[in-house]
Design a binder for this molecule. Sequence first.
Ligand SMILES: *[C@@H]1O[C@H](CO)[C@@H](O)[C@H](O)[C@H]1NC(C)=O
Ligand SMILES: *[C@@H]1O[C@H](CO)[C@@H](O)[C@H](O)[C@H]1NC(C)=O
Length: 260
Amino acid sequence: MSWKSRCRWDAAIVFVLVLAIQEISASSRVGAVISRLRKKSDPDMIPIGKEGGPLDVSLALNFINIASVDEARGEVEILAWQVMSWRNKDLAWWPPEFLNVTSVSIHPKYLWTPDITIFNNARAMEEITPPIATVDSDGTVTLLPSLRIRVLCNLSDMTLNGIREEEITICDVRMGSWTYSADILTLAEPESRNLGTSSYFQGSQFDLLDVQAKKNVFHYSCCAEPYEDLKFFFTFSRKPRVQAWFGDDGLLNEKSRAYV
Ligand SMILES: *[C@@H]1O[C@H](CO)[C@@H](O)[C@H](O)[C@H]1NC(C)=O
Ligand SMILES: *[C@@H]1O[C@H](CO)[C@@H](O)[C@H](O)[C@H]1NC(C)=O
């Protein structure tokens, strides 16, 4: 081996070592914050909101796919990406004191998390993604699970014929806290009523036409305190099926060509 290639090898080894050391220091950098979070956090204790008021929880639902529609059972199966966030100022840290770390990922079992439930669920909801929360240095906690949800929906118009092509249907997903009244946990007013459909799967059998979010406040007959929920109304239709029609000349006709 010439001294030149020897030098190159040495440089390569030093480079790999530097990368490895950087990797170690990245994990110990967030390590100090994670140890602190585990010590300070009480998973059973709901954080107190602004000025001692109820905790503000923001909730959004990005539709990924309308996977199936069961007219007989009145069930619609949806894949959706839920975004939940709130602020627990007891978890906040000052980044210069922690090697400038501004955000960490942590298992949600170490944190209090809201008991957000789907009220019109037809079956148990499934979480598709691994459970992980991010905590920012100001104490903002975010959970972003992907969910398989099956909601009950009034499909009585379709039970005889099934959903016909391009026929428009509106259903909703209704979500809220299972146990907390609005005095303790309040749902943030949706940032926009119209949530958009940009994360939706273009290859779906169903077209998602519109998603609207609406917050409701209501009372149960038992209790004086108000409760809240969010309804996500989604409008969809079945896509036209692709069919090939051949003319007398054996060629695809105009209508079929539009799909090819
Ligand atoms: C943190 O950021 C400040 C300001 O950018 C910088 O001066 C300081 O050296 C950084 N500290 C570490 C440990 O990276
Ligand atoms: C379901 O929809 C049908 C037709 O739109 C309507 O007549 C019926 O009252 C609805 N049922 C419920 C429980 O809302």
